[in-house]
Design a protein around this ligand. Sequence first.
Ligand code: PLP
Length: 370
Amino acid sequence: MVKNLLDRVGTITLMGPGPSCVTDEVYRAMSLPTLGHMDSEFIKIMDGIKEMLQKVMATQNRLTVPISGTGSAGMETCFVNLIEPHDTVLILKNGVFGNRMFDVATRLGAEVDAVDAPWGKPIDPEMVKKQLEKKKYKIVAIVHAETSTGVRNPIQEVAKLVHQTDALYLVDAVTSLGGIPVPTDELGIDALYSGTQKCLSCPPGLSPVSFSEKAVKAITNRKTKVPNWYLDMNMIIQYWNGAKRVYHHTAPINMLYGLYQSLYLILEEGLDAVYARHMKYHNMLAQELEGIGLAMLVAPEFRLPMLNAVIVPEGVDEAKVRNDLRNTYNIEIGAGLGDLAGKIFRIGLMGHTAREENVVKVVSALKELI
Ligand code: PLP
């Protein structure tokens, strides 16, 4: 006999690469009665989500909506709507999620090139400049916050280079949004996607996306149909925008309640205060970890506040440390991926997780275990 779920799931302090801790208010919002997806009150809730997303994404883009699905659905949405077969795409990659972009773009029949940086180091704008001088691209794509390594990529410097060409600028803001500024309009980002389970502090399940007018034009001027029905923005927009809404797929109503409330809480606290809180507890964590003899992977100027990559000391069994944290202290942290498997811990301070009590909790547990 399987157990009743209500007797099974306890509270774990989520300090990994996402999902992050969720506030009681967001849980309460998600348990409100389900409305119909064409209900007039629900349409107003959708409008509220769009308005709040524009604020958090710092954009006036009319096409700013959450996609049903996790961050990877947002990634796929951006590429599938913008790429036509044989289009040229340049991916700047230095971790798992840059690699994923490369895979997604390649599957769509694009001609895909890459500029690589070693894992743990940022993308080098000089290399991007050289590549852009060699070849014309329709899309240049970069991951703002590379969750697999804890590196913040220089999206501002790259924006300047991309805008010297006609290319569309595509940015992954899955981990950065709501934790560090993502100045979409100021940097002229044409396509942006994120996820709910990182600094927005909502459970996983939605992927906010935003497209500039230039990107919308590229989508409407396509010579071929978007090859994916579910993620075709031409159809999704008819449900999310306009006086008369057209059914596309049944919206995940209660997930959208959760996103609404998490955006509401971020804006209530104030974006600057939220960014300052992430930075404050990241600095505290880095200092405390160094105090117990642990070293960070990434150079200070490229560190992400919300994802702290910590080098596993020689002779320490990293899987055992993570298991003990989970089983004895009810704390989840993340393991290294790919080339960094077994070599780093990934400690998340995302959204509601970025609080002093969590820094204290994880550092004192690690002090006992290492
Ligand atoms: N991009 C980045 C930077 C991520 O960190 C993640 C997930 O961790 C994704 C994309 C994919 O998101 P998801 O796992 O929600 O599909």
